[in-house]
Design a protein around this ligand. Structure first.
Ligand SMILES: [Zn+2]
Length: 78
């Protein structure tokens, strides 16, 4: 009767090398939140998502915010 609920529910992000692993300025790992961030900003305010993910410093927020802009530029228009 043990083993209630999943113990690990992390999405695998292997193969996604589009985001730098660490913040260039402070060294905080940002790649670990990139997948969730990218999914959530579709329907949520990016600033709120960053707060929720614990990305508090401006240097780290900039890493993710500016990265979205680059992805947007590279994405083909449909
Ligand atoms: Zn940083």
């Amino acid at each position: 009767m043990e083993g209630q609920g999943p113990e690990q529910n992390d999405k695998s992000l292997t193969g996604d090398h589009m985001i730098p692993v660490r913040c260039f300025t402070c060294g905080k790992v940002v790649s670990s939140v990139w997948g969730e961030y990218k999914d959530r900003i579709v329907e949520e305010n990016p600033k709120d998502v960053l707060d929720d993910l614990g990305i508090k410093r401006y240097c780290c927020r900039r890493m993710l915010l500016t990265h979205v802009e680059l992805v947007d530029v590279m994405a083909p228009y449909q």
